[in-house]
Design a binder for this molecule. Structure first.
Ligand code: 4AD
Ligand code: MG
Length: 507
């Protein structure tokens, strides 16, 4: 019998094939068993009919448990109503291995439980979709840089020095020396760019972030391009082209995954077509505080409108829930009752989210109004700023105190550094940090002192300024932040197969 995988079924319509997979769900009808199977490449409904297969196979199907592994054979027919667009009319069914009391059922589970069972949770439909999007993003990223003439090079993971500040370093042993897990490949990237012109690194990076937030991991993957003879304007042009390319590519390839995730992907068309706003830090602060309008509105007005709209929406949801509950009470058929109950649950969840926003928006307004010039942008400030544009926003020319030691000082205003942050819309905040690098040897040495970094560890880095130094720039994109935004996830922990974060080392 010919073997097939679900993602290639369009080539097997009208043919009999065998698929190796697992059972994810099952329902029964009269003389019929509907098995939803998965094989890693997709999902397929397989119909087992007592009349077709006889008693033995039918009993096997009937007693099959969730996540049992099976080999299933049958005729493939097109059926656009079914998941994936096909269905199998089963003729044979072999059990490979029985799964006994699989812990993750189709009922709701708490997230800690799911995280403890991450090794199994990865099999669930949503997680499957997220990992597929992650995979596409990775490939789109490589494609982009390869097409642009970059060379991928790898930075070491054991390092002797900090890059992004000493407070988030993970120390470890390297024979008899102290070593740190790398926070960023950038400094090595700079050395490699001087050898190759344009390079990018794509590797794991580590930050000891002793706080639980929905944006921070202790181990995450970063893409870090570095370009010789680039200034920060060229850097920003590249970032914009890059983000446009990857969101467009992933959008075009992930219709099925986005439908599973219930992600409205239309925002990516706007992003692919419209120019990203570029704000100096000064302008960003003015907008944030409500001193400068965007499209005729201040941040304060916009948020107050959002709040009003939100209250209206909560009211409306309560109304619909009330009506649905009355309908159920009056007595309806089982199918209709399930439908209504589902609707009620969805709306109740939506209300929870809306109530949470109702609680935080006034706090956002307060903190935006009172933003202190010279500070770094906080999470809510980023949300408020991007809310004004519904596009990724680039903020550049930062007060040099809030940026890393290697940032190039602005020649016209020495209080500023030529860094750039890219803030994702929809509340996702910073996804990219980058900038032009300091080339002035004396300024760099002064900065290393000022940041209390050990000079010996940076001698090799200073050599890059001693031997044929050139203007250069680069940036870092956090892969998991990107996946979280593209899939519109509430928390970064679902963006990587096995997240490492404060309080989580297993599984
Ligand atoms: O802004 P960061 O710290 O910049 C750098 O590391 C530079 N050396 C990059 C460069 O210019 N080559 O980090 C860059 C990005 C952030 O914008 C964010 O997307 C991600 O890395 N990131 C994290 N992602 C998940 N968890 C964390 N704890 C992260 N810290 C940073
Ligand atoms: Mg940053």
């Amino acid at each position: 019998m010919e073997k097939a995988v679900i993602q290639n079924l369009k080539d097997f319509v009208g043919k009999k094939v065998t698929i190796n997979g697992w059972l994810t769900n099952k329902r029964s009808g009269k003389g019929l068993e509907f098995l939803i199977i998965r094989d890693g490449s997709g999902f397929l409904q397989c119909v087992v009919s007592l009349d077709e297969v006889g008693d033995e196979i039918f009993q096997r199907a009937k007693t099959l448990s969730q996540e049992s592994s099976i080999e299933i054979t049958g005729l493939i027919v097109e059926d656009e109503r079914q998941i994936g667009g096909f269905e199998m009319q089963v003729t044979e069914l072999k059990l490979i291995s029985f799964s006994n009391a699989y812990p993750i059922t189709n009922k709701p589970h708490g997230v800690e439980f799911l995280m403890d069972n991450r090794h199994l949770w990865l099999r669930s439909r949503r997680q499957w979709a997220i990992m597929r999007v992650r995979n596409r993003l990775i490939f789109a990223i490589h494609n982009f840089f390869q097409k642009e003439g970059f060379v991928q090079m790898d930075a070491p993971i054991f390092t002797g020095n900090a890059v992004e500040g000493t407070t988030t370093l993970f120390g470890t042993e390297f024979y008899d020396e102290t070593a740190y897990l790398t926070q960023s490949g950038q400094l090595y990237g700079e050395a490699m760019a001087m050898a190759m012109g344009k390079i990018y690194t794509f590797g794991p990076t580590f930050r000891a972030e002793k706080s639980k937030t929905r944006r921070h991991l202790s181990e995450f993957w970063m893409i870090e391009p570095e370009m010789a003879y680039y200034n920060n304007d060229m850097n920003m042009d590249l970032i914009e082209k890059f983000i446009k390319y990857i969101v467009k590519t992933v959008k075009d390839q992930s219709t099925f995954e986005f439908s599973i995730l219930e992600r409205d992907a239309s925002i990516f068309d706007k992003i692919a077509n419209e120019k990203f706003p570029r704000l100096t830090y000064d302008q960003a602060v003015r907008i944030l505080r409500g001193e400068e309008k965007v499209n005729g509105k201040t941040t304060i007005e916009t948020l107050e409108n959002d709040l009003k709209e939100l209250l209206r929406k909560i009211e409306e949801n309560h109304q619909i829930i009330g009506d649905a509950e009355k309908e159920i009470k009056a007595g309806v058929k089982k199918g209709k009752r399930n439908y209504l109950q589902n609707k009620i649950d969805t709306l109740k969840n939506e209300i929870k989210d809306l109530e949470e926003r109702k609680r935080v928006i006034p706090q956002w307004v307060e903190s935006a109004k009172n933003f202190k010039y010279g500070n770094d942008l906080g999470g809510s400030d980023e949300t408020v700023l991007t809310r004004m544009f519904d596009l990724p926003v680039m903020v550049y020319n930062w007060p040099h105190e809030v940026k890393a030691f290697y940032m190039k000082r602005d020649e016209e205003n020495p209080n500023l550094a030529k860094g750039v942050d890219v803030l994702a819309p929809e509340g996702y905040g910073e996804i990219v940090g980058g900038g032009e690098r300091e080339t002035d040897l004396d300024l760099l040495v002064a900065k290393i002192h000022e940041h209390k970094l050990p000079m010996e560890a940076f001698e090799w880095y200073l050599d890059l300024r001693r031997y044929g130094s050139v203007p250069h720039a680069g940036f870092g994109l956090g892969l998991e932040r990107m996946v979280a935004w593209v899939c519109k996830l509430k928390h970064i922990r679902e963006t990587i197969p096995f997240p490492r974060m404060y309080g989580r080392l297993f599984p």
